[in-house]
Design a protein around this ligand. Structure first.
Ligand SMILES: [Zn+2]
Length: 426
């Protein structure tokens, strides 16, 4: 077993630069990671803990088949062709509490290719979340993630980018990889998943996807760790993510809206957002569930699904694109979408009436509305203590933000009785 020089490059120059034991330890970890990658690429005698690649997904029920339980979805009548999963490429932007778990689920499901983007390093402060382990502290998140994921499923093709997508140069490269980084080089990715934790990166993803017409899913967890959401964005069809500011109205508000102040000033020393592995795991779960339904064509794909842990409340809705959105690419995509829709109108699906299963009701069981109006309001939860300028989307927005010409109702001094009397006269 030989490891080629090109794989592991330890140069004197590099060692000279190292000044502390910590830095040397980190370098050793990076090199170990490199070594494993090289072994997997070049060594026919793959180490015992890493399984060999599997050419074709099989439904054979044997203990050694990692796909037997996934392929069983076909036998159960859920998915027509599960093996199609191998033909898809998904880009995950942000490999933190939600993104890492998302990437792991997709890897275990046997996705064809994963592109991972993140510029952060693994820290011990991340250990309240799933996926990363203490010994990976100091490694870049994408590199540590690739190492773990490759061991879990070497059939997946990985492409990692350790950079911040919001800088000008990186943004250009990011756009290029989204349009050309598919399984077959030159083809776009099938889906992009936003698992970032900041507004700037979300806006960069929104801009890129609007321009490229790239379908993507957004995910987020609130600063107080007890609510989250996922959202499917098909440029031109559903509301894009573009922000609403005082002067500009765009498609839809994001999870939290920073108003007037620079987001960076919100991140003060010694102050951090709360996070729970539970909420992040739930959000990653509903995100990947939606990805599987979207890619493999089963069930109902959610356009927006919220999760409020305080009330166990899952609001869902669809938001149409706004014709007045200030993102010109969003408006262009809307025009194209309209054109396509008139050329190929959707066929109305006639729903068959459900058969009544229990006609007699021996026990007098009644179905009541699960959620009352008051409960719906209460489900918005208590207003969390957030830094100035941050408005959580799950609390009811102040009156002036909610106003739109259609919604406005004239206020009146008259009592209800007076109004009723007026109506009777009509
Ligand atoms: Zn828009």
């Amino acid at each position: 077993m030989a490891v080629t020089g090109s794989c592991v490059q330890i140069t004197y120059r590099c060692l000279f630069k190292m000044s502390t034991v910590e830095e040397l330890k980190l370098r050793v970890r990076e090199l170990e990671n490199e070594l494993i990658k090289c072994k997997q690429k070049t060594d026919p005698e793959t180490p015992a803990h890493v399984r060999t690649k599997i050419e074709e997904m099989s439904a054979e029920v044997v203990d050694s088949n990692p796909y037997s339980r996934l392929m069983a979805l076909k036998r159960m009548g859920i998915v027509k062709s599960y093996e199609k999963i191998r033909s898809f490429t998904v880009a995950v932007v942000g490999v933190g509490g939600v993104g890492s778990v998302t990437a792991e689920m997709l890897t275990r499901c046997g996705i064809g290719k994963l592109l991972l983007f993140d510029y952060d390093k693994v820290e011990l402060a991340n250990m309240n979340r799933l996926f990363f382990q203490p010994h990976q502290a100091g490694l870049s998140k994408v590199e540590a993630a690739e190492h773990t994921l490759r061991c879990i499923n070497p059939d997946v093709v990985f492409e990692t980018h350790n950079y911040n997508i919001t800088t000008v140069d990186n943004f250009t490269h990011f756009m290029d990889r989204i349009s050309n980084g598919g399984l077959e080089e030159g083809k776009p990715v099938d889906l992009l998943l936003s698992c970032v934790d900041n507004f700037e990166a979300r806006m960069a993803i929104n801009t890129a996807c609007n321009e490229l017409g790239q379908v993507w899913m957004e995910s987020g967890v609130s600063e107080n760790a007890v609510s989250g959401h996922i959202q499917l964005i098909n440029p031109g069809e559903t509301a894009c993510f573009a922000v609403r500011t005082i002067f500009v109205w765009q498609c839809a508000p994001p999870l939290v809206v920073a108003t007037n102040i620079d987001e960076k000033t919100l991140k003060k020393d010694g102050v951090c957002a709360a996070s729970l592995p539970t909420t992040m795991g739930v959000v990653a779960g509903i995100l990947v569930q939606n990805v599987l339904k979207y890619l493999l064509g089963f069930g109902t794909v959610s356009y927006y699904l919220g999760y409020n842990a305080m009330e166990d409340f899952f609001p869902s809705m669809t938001m149409k694109a706004n014709a007045q959105c200030s993102d010109m690419h969003c408006r262009r995509q809307q025009e194209e979408h309209k054109k396509k829709a008139t050329e190929h109108p959707k066929q109305e699906v006639v729903e068959e009436e459900e058969e009544v299963v229990h006609e007699d009701n021996e026990w007098g069981i009644e179905v009541v509305d699960e959620v009352t109006e008051d409960e719906l309001q209460a489900a918005s939860g208590p207003k969390p203590d957030l830094p100035e300028g941050i408005i959580p989307i799950y609390t009811i927005p102040p009156e002036k933000v909610r106003e739109s010409p259609e919604d406005m109702v004239e206020e009146t001094e008259q009592s209800l009785e007076e109004l009723m009397a007026q109506m009777k006269k009509m």
